[in-house]
Design a protein around this ligand. Structure first.
Ligand code: ADP
Length: 169
């Protein structure tokens, strides 16, 4: 039997959005096991702690994995993405592409990653158009100004973002 195909989907997930979840759902069709890497990313000064982000991603993706019959592991990481991908035995790295704005950065990063390890492919997926413009940063901004974030994140996440934003102000 062929070896299981392992994918890594890295991100900050501060917080996980409907855009991330759509990419994860699509990614599940490509692999036998999906490792969702939650980056510590202290430089981004995340709203949620690393532990909170891991727990929320685990909770919000559990049913997706079960429905697809694919194992999902949510793992924190604080190292070069390629090192992390090698460590978990990944065949592919999955990234979501939103607009041209993402392209420049992803283009450079993938080019450099190919030089570090040419055997791990990076695969770009597009979310459904209705989720394409969602970004964690904007979700937080809308919440800070009291706007409705319900269309952009799962219900419980929306509540958690509002609570967190209020506790910070
Ligand atoms: P990063 O810190 O790398 O920007 P994010 O948590 O913002 O991490 O995103 C992780 C991945 O998900 C990235 O590849 C990003 O482009 C992708 N992504 C985020 N939001 C969307 C979306 N609405 N549609 C498609 N891809 C997305």
């Amino acid at each position: 039997m062929a070896r299981d195909r392992v994918g890594v989907y890295p991100g900050t997930f501060d917080p996980v959005t409907n855009g991330h979840l759509d990419i994860i759902k699509r990614g599940l069709g490509l692999v036998d096991k999906l490792v969702i890497g939650v980056a510590t990313n202290p430089s981004k000064d995340p709203l949620f702690s690393l532990e909170e982000r891991v727990a929320v991603v685990e909770r919000e993706t559990r049913t997706l994995g079960e429905n697809a019959g694919v194992t999902i592991e949510v793992v924190q990481f604080d190292e070069l993405l390629m090192k992390f991908a090698e460590r978990v035995g990944a065949d592919i790295i999955i990234r979501g592409l939103r607009a041209v704005a993402d392209f420049e950065y992803e283009f450079q990063m993938t080019g450099m990653n190919y030089q570090i390890n040419p055997d791990i492919e990076t695969v770009f997926l597009m979310a459904d158009p209705k989720y394409q413009t969602i970004a964690s940063r904007l979700v937080k901004e809308v919440a800070m100004y009291g706007g409705n974030i319900a269309p952009f994140v799962p219900g419980r996440v929306a509540e958690e973002v509002v609570t967190k934003v209020q506790s910070r102000t």
